[in-house]
Design a protein around this ligand. Structure first.
Ligand code: TXA
Ligand code: MG
Length: 317
C-alpha cells in the first residue's frame, strides 16, 4: 500500500476525516486509531462492509464485533434494558477503554453480533476516532486491525504492514496511548462479568458503581477468551523474574538461539504501551525466542499477563 494512503493528522485532520467518511459510505474499510489499539472499521449500518471485516481478518463470523459510538447519548438507539449501574460506569469511564455488553435493539444488525441478542459497545477516547464518529450519524464497528489470532496493531504502520491495500485508508492517530484492548464487561446477566481484562480494572469498576463483578465462567464468548490469541510468529516463553529471564537467556544463547527479553521492571504503563510493538519487532528481526518477564497480577498487569499467556499458548502447542 502506498504511503500516501496513511492520512496524517498534521493540520489536515478534517480533509482526512472527509475522505474516511466517503470511503465508509462506499462500503470500504478504514484503519481507525483508538487509545487502546487500532481498529478495522466499517459503518455499523452496512452489512456488506461488515462482512468484509470478517473476510479481511480471516475471523470466524461467530466472533462478534465491538460497536463504537460518539457518546453515551447514542446508547438507547443501540441497546435496551440498560441496568442503572451501567449509566454510572459510562459516565465515569466513557470515553475510555471500557466495552459494555448489553441487550441489543433492532437497530443492530446480525452481522455485528453473529446473531446474538447482545451487543458490545464502547466510546473510544481518541480525538481522531471521536472526530470521525461525530461526523457519521451512525456507529463504527471495529475489531482490532490484525489478522485473527495475531498481534494487535498499535500504530498506523502496523495496520498497513498487516492488511495492506485491504484497507482503503488508515487514519494516523499516532501510537496508541494504552496499547492493550479494552476491558469487556458483560452486563446482560444477573451479576456483571468481566470477559476480557484491560486498562480499567475490576476494582475500579466495582468501586465506581458499587457493584460486585464476577470473572468469566470460562465459557469462550469473547475471542480474547480463547486460549491462543495475540500471538507472534516466534516462540514466546514466560518467566516471573528478571533473574529467571537472564538464566533462560544464557541457556538459549548457548544453543545459538537469537533471543529478546521483554522486561519493564514493574512499569505497567510502559509495558502495555510497548508490548505489541515489541512482539512485532522481534518477528521482523528474526528472533527465535522472546522471553517475557510477567508483571504483577493487578490492574493493568492482569491485562498484560492475560495477553502474554494467550500469546505464549501458541508456542507450547
Ligand atoms: O480496545 C478494543 O476493544 C479494540 C478497539 C479497536 O476498540 N477492539 C477490539 O476488538 O479489541 P476485537 O474484535 O479484537 O475484540 C472484541 C471482543 C471479542 O473478543 C468479541 O468476542 C467480544 O469483544 N464481543 C463482541 N461482542 C460481544 C458480545 N455481544 N458478547 C460477548 N463478547 C462480545
Ligand atoms: Mg482482536
Amino acid at each position: 500500500m502506498p504511503d500516501h494512503d496513511i492520512q496524517i493528522q498534521d493540520g489536515r485532520l478534517s480533509a482526512s476525516i472527509d475522505l474516511a467518511v466517503r470511503y465508509l459510505r462506499d462500503d470500504l474499510l478504514i484503519g481507525l486509531p483508538t487509545e487502546t489499539v487500532y481498529g478495522l472499521a466499517a459503518l455499523a449500518s452496512r452489512p456488506k462492509a461488515i462482512s468484509k471485516i470478517f473476510q479481511v481478518k480471516a475471523r470466524p463470523t461467530n466472533h462478534p464485533l465491538i460497536l463504537h459510538l460518539a457518546s453515551y447519548r447514542q446508547l438507547e438507539k443501540w441497546a435496551q434494558n440498560v441496568p442503572s449501574y451501567v449509566e454510572v460506569l459510562c459516565e465515569k469511564f466513557w470515553p475510555g477503554a471500557l466495552t459494555i455488553v448489553l441487550q441489543r435493539t433492532p437497530q443492530v444488525c446480525d452481522e455485528i453480533t453473529g446473531a446474538r441478542k447482545t451487543v458490545a459497545i464502547r466510546v473510544p477516547n481518541h480525538q481522531v476516532a471521536l472526530a470521525l464518529l461525530n461526523r457519521i450519524d451512525d456507529g463504527l464497528v471495529a475489531p482490532s486491525a490484525n489478522r485473527f489470532g495475531k498481534v494487535s496493531p498499535t500504530s498506523a504502520k502496523h495496520v498497513v504492514d498487516d492488511l495492506g491495500d485491504q484497507v482503503a485508508l488508515v487514519l494516523d492517530g499516532g501510537v496508541c496511548d494504552i496499547g492493550v484492548e479494552s476491558t469487556i464487561l458483560d452486563c446482560t446477566r444477573s451479576s456483571p462479568q468481566i470477559l476480557r481484562h484491560g486498562a480499567i480494572s475490576k476494582d475500579e469498576l466495582e468501586s465506581a458503581a458499587n457493584i460486585s463483578i464476577n470473572l468469566s465462567d470460562g465459557e469462550s464468548r469473547a475471542s480474547g477468551m480463547l486460549e491462543k490469541h495475540y500471538a507472534p510468529n516466534c516462540r514466546l516463553e514466560l518467566v516471573e523474574t528478571t533473574a529467571d529471564a537472564k538464566r533462560r537467556a544464557a541457556e538459549l544463547v548457548s544453543e545459538d538461539q537469537k533471543i529478546e527479553i521483554l522486561d519493564f521492571f514493574g512499569d505497567l504503563i510502559v509495558y502495555a504501551n510497548q508490548l505489541y510493538a515489541r512482539l512485532r519487532q522481534a518477528d521482523k528481526s528474526g528472533v527465535d525466542v522472546i522471553i517475557a518477564v510477567m508483571p504483577i497480577n493487578t490492574g493493568l498487569g492482569e491485562a498484560i499477563r492475560d495477553r502474554l499467556t494467550k500469546a505464549s499458548a501458541a508456542s507450547s502447542s
